[in-house]
Structure formats: structure tokens, C-alpha cells
Design a protein around this ligand. Sequence first.
Ligand code: XMP
Length: 530
Amino acid sequence: MSAPTGPARSAGPVTGGWATGEDAVLVVDFGAQYAQLIARRVREARVYSEIVPSTISAAEVRARNPVGIVLSGGPASVHVEGAPRLDPAIYELGIPVLGICYGAQLIAHQLGGEVAQTGRGEYGRTDVTLVDGGGRLGQVLPPQQSVWMSHFDAIVSVPEGFSVTARTEDCPVAMLESPTRQLYGVQYHPEVVHTPHGQELLVRFLVEVCGCRQNWTMTNVIDHATENIRVQVGKGRAICGLSGGVDSAVAAALVHRAIGNQLTCVFVDTGLMRLGEADQVEDTFHRNFGIDLIHARAADRFFGRLAGVTDPEQKRKTIGELFIRVFEESSQGIDDARFLVQGTLYPDVIESGTATAAKIKSHHNVGGLPEDLDFELVEPLRSLFKDEVRRIGSELGLPDEIVWRQPFPGPGLAVRIIGEVTRERVAMLQLADAVVREEIHKAGLEREIWQAFAVLADIRSVGVMGDERTYGHPIIIRAVTSEDAMTADFARLPYDLLEKMASRIIGEVRGINRVAYDVTSKPPGTIEWE
Ligand code: XMP
């Protein structure tokens, strides 16, 4: 490994869309969190999509040559000064545009229709009725359907040349279109699950209106990524830090497919992984895939450094620093490595522009690598969403336990132990955590639950087991449902399941005499306990 002298350089997207010849759709982001969901739904229709800011100019759009444009919803009112607008020349490019919610209002507002504050906004489930058979876009939809609305302003008259193709009881224009100008608008949110026929509407727009070929398939993505990695790395050597998590695992498998033994993976074994996880990494990557793997067994060093450390931030810092040192030492033998493989995903790329996202990232990068390593980055997952990464992982033959692995913090079980992190306490937590995961798996709840794990608290309480008085520690079970970890709800686990977990944990883990279930959502809590 070369000396850390300059910033790691990203080579930009290597898998998606324009780089590889798939038809591509631009999703213009007008704020809130709708754009990512729309982009994912477009991908689900096997059409490549990319999110762009609302400040994009017509010339920039033309340069990208998309087959369609979707305008997202957003929190603003078109009447507010400074509310985001679309460069009006984009409407004249002849590229089909679909405006959703705020996007639809913007089309009406910018092209001469009227958007008014009717005082009767619509929120939640609403019935929509087609007008004149639904027009070009809506003709595949049922004459009446339930949709998800979330708007205060309403379009009350459409621009010249447009027709109204759907309405609701309170809103005279729920859909509008001008097929000759290739401009379409829908007031409701077709991208959310609460609009059962939403995906049909999006597919209709993409396939019939835009003429998209549905060629964004994971097999194509794998083929293109393989080719691109070969071109980028040439005969060079690459290093990949494996954490056992799905992103780095899929990135490593993909790069290995492309360049074989020019890749060396480094797995820093902190001793803070879950039960059996270190062996699983070794089995999967070294034994099954035949990947050149350096397994740095550094548990003793981590426990040495963590002795006496109880402050959560200090724990993270201690682990982060030692992790980097061990990674650097382990990769020292790989002299000529110039490339570093990273499992960066598309949401990281989108969010890296905003200040709050930057803060979240630095928190999550604990246990990751510093930015000042002198490597060129290979980021084969840069244009992909998590569900796509999972599909690629499965296609590449990675086991379900890795592909469907729940998010796990970089500093590992250390953030789930309140108080000092010792080898003995980690061993206790590993056993309890294995019970929680096993029971969730047996109950078939794994994919419904975002994360389920055990936490070890550093308090003790009196209990009674057999005829004996005990004075032991509690285990706290934490299980949450979530879309993106930004917010989370505690999972409504069945009592029988909780009882089974509790009795197994107390029976199988010495020193535990009580089990509690955390019923806090995020906010106000966080997912982890530290
Ligand atoms: P909190 O506890 O802040 O966690 O609600 C939100 C999500 O982030 C995960 N998490 C981490 N992930 N490195 C990571 O890669 C970290 O240091 C880290 N800390 C928390 C947590 O598991 C949850 O999914």
C-alpha cells in the first residue's frame, strides 16, 4: 500500500445509464424525500433513473439525452417567492415530462393554468375518478381508484391545449395532459404504496409515452460493471476492506468477478462482530469465492485499548483509530495497490451534497477508512439502490445471510454494550444476540424487520432462579421497522415470541436474569443504544 499522501479520488459512476447505453429518465428533485422513491420506482420498472436538482437547465438536460423526465413533489407552494421552478425551456425540448404533485402544479402554473389555495387541501387516501377515459396516460387505470394525496394548493384550471383526465370530489384537476406537447401531470403520489395502481401509471408513462426499453436488469448491470472495472483497473492491484456487510461484500464479489486475483480483501477482525460472523466472512470469500483474503485477527488489541473506556464517543474514537491502523498494517504487503474498492451506494452519492447528510456520514464512517489515503476509488455500486445491490449479490452467488444482513454499526457490538467493553461482556452479548436473531428468523420476520438485536446494560438487579437469589444483568431486546433508519418504529413483536426469546436468553446466557423490550420509536430514541 502506498503512503497516505493525497485524497482518495472517486472515478464517478461506473455502472449506470448513460455510461452503458440504457434508456435513462431524469427525476427532478423539488425537495422533501419524494425524488428517491420515484427514482426507485422507475428502476423497479427496469428503467434507469437518476436524480437531478431542480436548478438543472434545458441545455444540461439536452446534454444528458434522457428519454423522459419526472418532476417530483415538494413542500413548497408555487406562489411562494423563491419556490423552486423548472427552466421553462425544458418543456419545449420535446422530451416527455410527468409532473407529480408539486411537479404537476408547476406545469400548470408555468404554462398559464391556475393553481389556487382552495382552502380544501387533500391529505391521505382519496378517491379519484377518471374523466374522458383517463386520456393517453390514464387509460390503463380503473375508472375509480384510491390514491394517496398530500397537497394544500390545487390546480383549478389547466393551461391552453391541456385536458383534464381525472378529478376528485374536492379537486377539479387530479390529472392533466397535453399529448401533443408530451406534458403530463398527476396531483396524487403514484410512487407510494398507498396508491395501489401507482406503478401502472408510472410504467404507462415510461413505456407507452416515453418509449423506454426496459433494459435496466441486474444481469446487464453486472456485465457493464465488470467491463468498467476492467477498464478502470487494467492490470493494477486493488484492495477492498470487508466488513461482512452487504455493500462491501457485493462490491468485493463484483470486483473479483472482473479482475480475479488482482483483488485482495482485508478483513479487520475486531472481536466485536456478532456470533460466528468472522468465520462466515472467511468461509464465503476465501473458501467459496477463492478471493485473496487477509484476515487480520486483532481482537486482543481492540480489547486492550477498550479496557476502562466507558464513554460512548471515546469508544467509537478508540475503535475507529485502531481499525485504520490495523487496516494499514495489514495491507502493507500489497505494495503496488493503487485502487481501493468501496461499497458506496446511490443514496450516499445523492446525500453527500447536504450539510446534514455530511454529519450523518461522519457518524457512520466510524470503523471505515479515512479520506486521505492515496488511492483511486473503485465504486461499482455508486448508481445503485440497496435493493438492487441485494439482487446483484444474490445473482453473484452470495449467501442470503450476507445479502439480507441487517445494518450493523461499524464499531460493532461495542455500541450495544453500555459501560466497559470486555471480552467476557462481548461473549455474553453475542449469545443473547444470536438468540434474538435466530428467533426472528424462525418466526419468518427477518425481512419485515429493519433491525433486531440485543443490548447489554451495565446495571444489575435481583432475581430468583430455582431457589436461588440472583444478582444479574438485564438484556434489552431492540427490534424496529424502518425505511431508511432516519425514523423508526418499535416492532410489534408477538408476546409469545418475546417470551421465547426471554426464556432462552436467561436459560442460555450466564449472568443474565432479566429481559426487557424497548418500546421507544425514533425519534425520540435512536435505534442503537450506546
Ligand atoms: P441510530 O442509533 O443513530 O442509528 O438511530 C441509525 C442507523 O445507523 C446504524 N449505525 C451505524 N452504521 N456505522 C455504521 O455503518 C456506525 O458507526 C453506526 N452507528 C449506527 C444503526 O445500526 C442504524 O441502522
